[in-house]
Design a protein around this ligand. Structure first.
Ligand code: GAL
Length: 864
């Protein structure tokens, strides 16, 4: 059955788009919540008191689907005031989701370690919302689901005083069935979260930090994550597309339905199906009878001729398709009615894991140029924002990254939508630990009860994304070197294979040797830092049939724009107070040479990778700085965010960005000089100049005089060094050559006194939807417009028109000004303001930046 496509497909993926298709209504439930946080338990509930009632939620994701039964009788919590309709929540904060209750601060929250980011993530948070149901919602023909993309953490949910269910793992997505408790008119939804201290080794955020959806469907419908699409044979002339549809009947009588799937091409430029487009392939209707309370799978297969394949740019194109599955039933009058329409985006592609070549996508070798990232989006925290995520990925893609590891937990679903659209390869990671923990309250507390359900739910959610190229079942788990590592690894990998036979599994190991049990079990050898010490060779000889990659590399640490002297002559060094680290101010040198003991500079990693050409590539720790883990300043009085990023927390590029760009986009003409050239206190002193470039040769000019033309030392090196340059004010100019021809030029000039603020914005127009963001950069400049590289003037942002300043930052891990503050010191000459348009508004928003004694700057953003 073919429907006019325009009426079927509302395929916007901006995270909050609501979509109604025949038989299915999925709408955002983000608006109008009330919230209160309690630092001591306000209700005498806990996960332990609720556990027996929440565990049955896991059943859908267990092989033994009857494993858990809720105790009889009323579940705890029904007498708590916050779940009651008559509770007066007028004094609670009023907000829209996604929400991170900790991000506004204050910093140095009691009990929160440097590792966790020193923000008040802990405590119990209650959320309440009024939910209106119509007569037809409760006429007995529908199921009404509440889908959480993520809630941090130990969620428990009540509707009209009844415990509906919950899910403890804060990084997981989950569904609750509201149907039994929903009534016509007003309903009270109440969500309790309980966030422990030391529940992660990084900033986990807190609250309902991802999107929440209300899904209304016929009682017979495509189940949650109810399609599985695979493309077992792919060529340029034809692809087989297999579709398994799980039909669920929650009604109390057997239901007969026709199941059909039509496949449409997604237009790359609009990211939707072109209006009026015909299906490119269809799976003929299959009629099934689904018993009351049962699920039934329907297997279908079709061929797509001349498929447009999905693959990572620049060599390939991330083409997408959408499978539109319809269920139709015959009504009393004999006519067929569509009772559900379910859309699944997917890509047609093949992947192969070649032990000697690395990753093959559609038969073509793709070197994995990846980064690891944590979930926070800097100054806006973990509250999921589509634009913030898109901006990160765009920055990474500009650098030449083609891969992302979702360290160390399931990402927001929209991150994978973006990865699909942009052509990123994703290593999708489930856990940071198994049964043995790394910090007091991490996943080890849940492992035994929840690992099967968490892993199956995660894979079912994500397995149709073409961007996902492998599953990571764990990061540096404590069991990695013991025999238990082998047995748990085998169990988890078996689960993953049973949910998805098409992808291999990896695990990130930093200590296991080649003879340990875990590497023997796991499909792909993932090495964290071990490869940099030569372990690639020993693993490859022991496992010649397994692909190997660097699941975590480098851990280079630096503060953007902050150069410390003297500079080591080595190409990689462990930081120390005599080199690379300023322990007084907690700065780390931006020469991009320094690491903690286990790491290696990017230069060292490149050499290590090139020595072993069978290695599939790397995932650098990390793409962006993140809140928490401010190694080496995690102790008391230390810093608040990490130094590992190639890009700082505000999104400003560190010099390292250009080092990776030189390696990953070697055809892009590039030359990047460091340091800056404004050193009034260093006149006559040795001030090494380095240039990052993929050129064959680079000549450096200091105040017009050549300091020498250097050849690139070897194919793994992208750093040209003039280590004995003496500083004198003026200019640096680097001229890069390829094949004997001038290829790229870069310059640095000595700045004069700060004179003005130069204000720019990442996009001149943003959507007036209350979510889209403009990133407004402020540079402190001299009278000639040259950035004053060590300026730290306090900049004050103001916004006029229908917009709002959400947060500010400067990328300095030691800055303890609260993120929402309109006043922000520049760090190494730069500050950032994040501005959101008011919902439903058009017109223009003007952002002004002022600083004492400097000419102010301004930028105008158009809302559309
Ligand atoms: C790794 C770990 C990461 C991060 C990193 C810092 O060992 O897997 O989560 O802690 O070290 O270098």
């Amino acid at each position: 059955m073919l429907f006019p496509v325009s009426s079927l497909l509302l395929l916007a993926i901006a995270g909050s788009a609501s979509a109604a298709t025949p038989g299915r209504d999925r709408s955002s439930l983000n608006a109008d919540w009330r919230f209160s946080r309690f630092t001591s338990n306000p209700d005498s509930l806990s996960y332990n008191t609720l556990r027996s009632w929440i565990l049955p939620q896991a059943n859908d994701f267990l092989v033994d689907g009857a494993k858990h039964t809720a105790p009889s009788g009323t579940a705890p919590g029904s007498n708590v005031a916050y779940v009651q309709a008559n509770f007066n929540d007028a004094g609670w904060q009023s907000l829209d989701l996604p929400h991170d209750w900790a991000i506004a601060g204050p910093w140095n929250a009691p009990g929160i370690s440097g590792g966790m980011g020193r923000l008040p993530t802990n405590g119990v948070g209650w959320y309440r919302k009024n939910l209106t149901a119509t007569a037809s919602d409760v006429d007995g023909t529908k199921s009404i689901f509440l889908d959480f993309d993520g809630a941090m953490s130990y969620a428990a949910v009540w509707l009209n005083g009844n415990l509906v269910g919950g899910w403890p793992y804060g990084y997981a997505s989950f569904r609750l069935d509201l149907t039994p408790y929903l009534k016509e008119g007003n309903n009270i939804l109440a969500v309790r979260l309980d966030n422990a201290v030391e529940n992660s080794r990084w900033y986990p955020g807190a609250g309902i930090y991802r999107n929440v959806w209300l899904v209304k469907v016929d009682k017979t419908h495509v189940a949650q994550y109810g399609t599985q699409i695979t493309t077992p044979s792919v060529s340029s002339s034809s692809a087989t597309v297999n579709v398994v549809v799980q039909v669920e009947n929650l009604g109390n009588a057997t239901r007969q339905v026709d199941v059909t799937t039509d496949i449409y091409e997604i237009d790359q430029s609009t990211n939707t199906v072109a209006s009026g487009a015909a299906a490119v392939a269809s799976i003929k209707p299959t009629t099934i009878s689904v018993g009351a309370g049962k699920k039934q799978a329907v297997n279908g297969s079709t061929a797509v001729a001349n498929p447009r394949l999905w693959g990572p740019p620049p060599a390939q194109t991330p083409n997408l398709y959408v499978a539109v599955t319809t269920l139709s039933a015959t009504g009393a009058n004999g006519t067929k009615t569509v009772i559900d329409t379910y859309e699944t985006r997917f890509g047609i592609r093949s992947i192969a894991y070649d032990p000697s070549k690395g990753l093959l996508v559609n038969g073509q070798h793709v070197y994995v140029q990846g980064v690891c990232n944590h979930l926070d989006q800097g100054a806006i925290g973990t509250a999921f924002n589509f634009r913030a995520t898109q901006r990160q990925l765009q920055t990474l893609q500009e650098m030449g990254a083609n891969a992302l590891r979702t360290s160390h937990n399931p990402p927001a679903p929209e991150l994978l939508d973006l990865a699909d659209t942009m052509g990123f390869l994703v290593l999708d990671e489930a856990f940071d630990c198994w049964s043995s923990g790394k910090v007091t309250n991490d996943y080890h507390l849940l492992y035994s009860d929840w690992h099967e359900a968490d892993l199956r739910a995660f894979i079912r959610r994500d397995r149709n994304h073409p961007s996902v190229i492998a599953w990571s079942i764990g990061n540096e788990v404590s069991e990695q070197s013991s025999s238990q590592g082998g047995s748990l690894g085998q169990q988890l990998q078996n689960i993953a294979h049973s949910e998805d036979p098409t992808r291999q599994c990896t695990t990130a190991m930093n200590a296991a040797g080649p003879t340990a049990a875990l590497p023997g079990v796991i499909d792909i050898i993932g090495l964290n830092y071990e490869g940099e010490t030569g372990a690639y060779g020993s693993f490859h000889s022991r496992f010649p049939n397994k692909m190997i990659w660097g699941t975590e590399t480098a851990s280079c640490i630096s503060s953007r724009g902050t150069y410390l002297f003297p500079v080591t002559s080595a190409n990689s060094a462990v930081y120390s107070t005599s080199g690379g680290a300023d322990g007084t101010h907690h700065y780390l040198s931006a020469y991009e040479l320094f690491t903690p003991g286990w790491g290696s500079s990017p230069d060292g990693v490149f050499a290590g990778q090139d020595r072993y050409p069978f290695v599939a590539g790397e995932f650098v720790w990390t793409g962006f700085d993140y809140i928490g883990e401010p190694t080496p300043y995690g102790g008391s009085g230390g810093a608040r965010s990490s130094y590992f990023g190639i890009v700082d927390l505000a999104g400003f590029r560190k010099d390292r960005f250009y080092l990776y760009q030189a390696r990953w986009r070697p055809d892009l003409p590039s030359a990047h000089i460091l340091p800056h050239w404004t050193w009034p206190d260093r006149v006559g002193q040795t001030t090494p100049v380095h240039v990052f470039s993929a050129a064959d040769e680079v000549e450096l000019f200091v105040n017009g005089a050549s300091a020498g033309r250097l050849k690139r030392p070897n194919a793994s090196t992208y750093r040209f060094r003039w280590d004995s340059v003496k500083y004198a004010p003026g200019s640096l100019r680097a001229v890069a050559y390829k094949d004997g021809k001038q290829w790229a030029v870069d310059e640095r000039r000595t700045a004069g006194d700060a004179a003005a603020l130069n204000v720019t914005v990442d996009r001149a127009a943003i959507a007036g939807d209350g979510k889209d963001l403009a990133y407004v950069s402020v540079a402190v400049v001299d009278a000639n417009g040259t950035v004053v590289p060590r300026a730290s003037n306090e900049v004050t942002f103001s916004v006029s028109g229908p917009g709002q300043l959400v947060a500010t930052d400067n990328g300095d891990p030691t800055d303890y000004t609260a993120f929402p503050s309109a006043a922000r010191k520049a760090f190494s000459g730069l500050a950032m303001g994040i501005v959101r348009a008011q919902k439903g508004q058009t017109g223009q928003v003007t952002v002004t930046a002022k600083a004492d004694g400097l000419a102010q700057g301004q930028v105008t953003i158009t809302l559309n």
